[in-house]
Design a binder for this molecule. Structure first.
Ligand code: DLL
Length: 429
């Protein structure tokens, strides 16, 4: 098993290592990045003041705007000639968030990704087909380097050309597929269209991430493809994919806490929450050279479970990300994430997997949900009755009033990357 020792470190061992690494990182950040020095000096904090892990709560948060404000080269802590790679994510504001890596950073990232594969059950004998986007997005190269580090053959199909994707899966006998869960749903449809029975394929594990997806969607993908669908979490600022992954128990994603110190905070007050409470996840990277990140606010909301997993790993677990604080919709006073709506819709047999939430006015009291009917039911049932059934279920489970529009299968645009579930047509003020 790749990095077996690191995967199965005991809790005490992790905590001792965390303190040692965090003290070093804080000094590195303070000495080399003006942004951190200014933030520390403003409150009279010195790196030497961090004597215990609890002291980390004294360190000011870092937010995405801190990175954007330092565009283009971000918050570099090393000379530019030591930077070996850049990635970037496009933001809604138009200014990309640029992330940089030294050779050691790329090495650490590769190890983390290889560890993720290994934890999810992938071995060097597997054949990995990587359908994440290659380029500025971290998904493609992250999964690629991890597979190579594990010693697994990797086929860099990248996104797009679904027919070729299917051909490769079939002919090369790929045993692992890496892509977003929405693309996995599309692949299932495309296989049907191509007349390929999933039992003809050799795929046994899917490594799905980069967007929220529900347990119901997992069940659907696992059943349709006859595979184990593993969830994997990451974000560009934290190297990319590889921060946390599910083990075969599928009961939370193990955060590699020898490389990431995790906290959950109250989004409004910034206060650190006790274990088990849902809040915004905050990460401190423990050995990033090029771009140290201290107490980085992810905006992702989840519960962290600190109990040892039945798989024997002590690394804490993220109990499935429900969504981001900035994705939350407030509909008639009810707080709801698109993933909760997805959960309900996927559970209704007559519906397909594709849906969109359309926001029409600034008043969200009436939510408009467009959802496709499952192909085998299209034209065979009373749409009015079905719409009523969907609306009642949303009302009963989420106390949500919604206008349901049922669409013909294939109407909603398919995606190769992250799905766009919310269409915001409200006039920007
Ligand atoms: O999505 C990195 C990645 C690539 C992760 C491939 C997994 C697989 P960003 O584009 O910066 O990076 O987006 C990061 O995506 O803050 C979450 O909101 C969301 N996200 C990522 N993985 C998951 C997941 C990549 N497994 C943002 N479940 C994060 C839910 C996820 N949300």
């Amino acid at each position: 098993m790749f990095q077996e020792k690191e995967q199965f470190m005991a809790k005490d061992e992790i905590r001792a290592l965390q303190l040692e690494k965090i003290q070093k990182q804080i000094k590195h950040a303070y000495d080399n990045v003006e942004l951190y020095r200014k933030k520390f000096d403003k409150i009279g904090l010195k790196p030497e003041d961090i004597k215990t892990l609890e002291d980390i709560a004294k360190v000011p948060f870092t937010v995405k705007d801190d990175l954007r404000d330092h565009y283009p080269y971000g918050i570099l802590a090393v000379p530019l000639e030591n930077v070996h790679r850049l990635h970037a994510s496009s933001g809604t504001t138009g200014i990309p968030t640029v992330v940089s890596y030294t050779e050691n950073d790329l090495n650490t990232w590769s190890n983390l990704m290889a560890r993720c594969y290994s934890c999810a059950g992938v071995t060097p004998e597997d054949i990995v087909q990587n359908a994440y986007g290659y380029g500025l997005f971290t998904g493609g190269l992250g999964f690629h380097m991890g597979a190579e580090r594990l010693g697994t053959m990797v086929i860099p199909t990248a996104t797009g050309n679904t027919k070729r994707q299917i051909r490769m899966m079939k002919d090369m006998k790929s045993s692992v597929i890496c892509c977003t869960p929405s693309y996995a749903l599309y692949l299932i449809e495309a296989l049907k269209e191509e007349g390929v029975d999933p039992s003809e394929l050799s795929i046994k594990i899917g490594m799905f991430g980069a967007e929220p997806w529900s347990d119901e969607t997992r069940k659907h993908i696992e059943k349709a493809l006859g595979i184990k669908a593993q969830d994997l979490y990451g974000m560009s600022e934290l190297y990319g994919p590889g921060v946390a992954v599910e083990c075969p128990e599928q009961n939370g994603l193990h955060i590699w806490s020898d490389e990431f110190y995790v906290e959950t905070i109250d989004t409004d007050t910034g206060e650190v929450l006790p274990p088990g409470e849902k809040g915004e996840i905050v990460f401190t990277m423990l050995s990033r050279e090029a771009m140290p990140l201290l107490r980085y606010r992810t905006k992702d909301l989840a519960v962290i479970n600190w109990e040892k997993c039945t798989c024997g790993r002590s690394h804490p677990r993220i109990m499935r990300i429900k969504g981001r604080s900035d994705d939350m919709l407030i509909v008639g006073g009810v707080n709801v994430f698109p993933s909760q709506i997805e959960d309900i819709l996927v559970g209704i047999e007559e519906l397909g997997e594709q849906f969109q939430i359309v926001l029409e006015t600034t008043k969200l009291d009436n939510l408009h949900v467009q959802v496709e009917v499952a192909p085998q039911f299209w034209g065979k049932l009373d749409l009015k009755e079905l719409a009523q059934k969907v609306s009642t279920q949303l009302q009963e489970s989420l106390t949500l009033r919604a206008r349901i529009e049922l669409l013909e299968p294939g109407t909603i645009p398919r995606t190769q990357g992250k799905a766009k579930r919310v269409i915001d047509n409200r006039k920007k003020i």
